[in-house]
Design a protein around this ligand. Structure first.
Ligand code: ADP
Length: 318
């Protein structure tokens, strides 16, 4: 194998650049030519591919987003469209692609792998919703952003004796909310894993108010409940004046924290080693502080093990 490529796809996540840099640098170490594909599977099909050298990835380790750009491109689910991608790669003599993204990106990689292009998937998403790894590239940076926001909201909540309802990203995974809630000292954390019982929340907040607590922070994972309506009901029924904050896209941006840089770098280097050792169709993960790789099919179908012990803590922190 002489030529490999790297690509980011789906939602961007801080630390993707560290992974790109590691793929380029370790690829060169093994005497490979490394190519960068711009804007995910869309760029791949359009032939938006350029050769990268070591100086193309200088000083990107500390930058958020992705220097390659990312895109959503549902058309890639069609075999005919993927054939174009294979054609572009064949034209350039590129045999393997390292893709960095979420589970949608893994599905694309699996489909491409079945068509003869060697693919390796790296978990890059702030949501931490990939079951084949304990932590995804980007999760810890996003977590820090959410915790910083909760700290700021608490200042105002306490000054005005208010309840703050904070909606956090995560798609259908509560990890970001759980960890942010714990680190931010929130008393009420609502996640898909724990489910949501409105009456329990209202009763909890009512007793908090009755015993004279000056404020409350309620952290809620997106896609669970309309937070504006919830805030209205909390205000009507608990005695707390209540405000809502939907954190939105600020959670995705920013310079990656050190751990995401390390994770991106080590996973990027691990992916190149897999290819050098003749492996493909693998998804890289971090499990119990060790790097592992699974068959992409297995990784996609693996059920997420909910860390019960961690989620169980919520009810005991009030
Ligand atoms: P993420 O990778 O963050 O989960 P998406 O779900 O949007 O983000 O997936 C990223 C891209 O992966 C999609 O825009 C599409 O190009 C490709 N993709 C997703 N699902 C499939 C699939 N079943 N087959 C082929 N490609 C897919």
């Amino acid at each position: 194998m002489k030529k490999i490529a790297v690509m980011t796809s789906g939602g961007d996540a801080p630390g993707m650049n560290a992974a790109i840099r590691a793929v380029v640098r370790s690829g060169l170490h093994y005497d490979l030519e490394v190519y960068g594909i711009s804007y995910g599977y869309k760029g791949l099909c359009e032939g938006d591919i350029r050769k990268l050298d070591r100086y193309d990835v200088t000083r990107i380790i500390s930058r958020g987003g992705t220097i390659l750009g990312s895109a959503r491109y549902p058309e890639f689910q069609e075999r005919k469209v993927r054939e174009k991608a294979v054609e572009k790669l064949n034209e350039l003599g590129i045999e393997a692609v390292i893709v960095i993204g979420g589970d949608g990106t893994y599905r694309g990689a699996q489909a491409l792998n079945e068509m003869g292009i060697k693919c390796i998937g790296l978990p890059g998403t702030i949501d931490n919703d990939i079951s084949s790894t304990d932590y995804t590239i980007g999760f810890f940076t996003s977590l820090q952003t959410v915790v910083d926001s909760i700290d700021k909201l608490r200042d105002t909540s306490m000054s005005h004796k208010r309840c703050s309802v904070v909606e956090v990203m995560g798609r259908y995974c509560g990890d970001l909310s759980l960890y942010a809630g714990i680190a931010g000292g929130s008393e009420f954390i609502i996640t898909p894993e724990t489910g949501f019982d409105k009456e329990i929340l209202i009763n909890g907040l009512t007793s908090s108010h009755e015993i004279g607590r000056k404020h409350a922070i309620v952290v809620v994972t997106e896609n669970m409940v309309n937070v504006h309506e919830l805030a209205k009901e909390i205000e009507e029924r608990t005695g707390f004046e209540t405000r809502t904050t939907v954190l939105g896209y600020v959670q995705r941006g920013g310079d990656p924290v050190a751990f995401d840089r390390v994770l991106g770098t080590e996973m990027g280097e691990y992916a190149v080693q897999l290819l050098v050792n003749g492996k493909s169709g693998r998804a890289v993960g971090l499990k119990a502080m060790d790097y592992v790789d699974y068959d992409i099919n297995f990784a996609l179908n693996k059920k997420r093990e909910i860390p019960n012990k961690r989620y169980g803590i919520i009810g005991r922190l009030k």
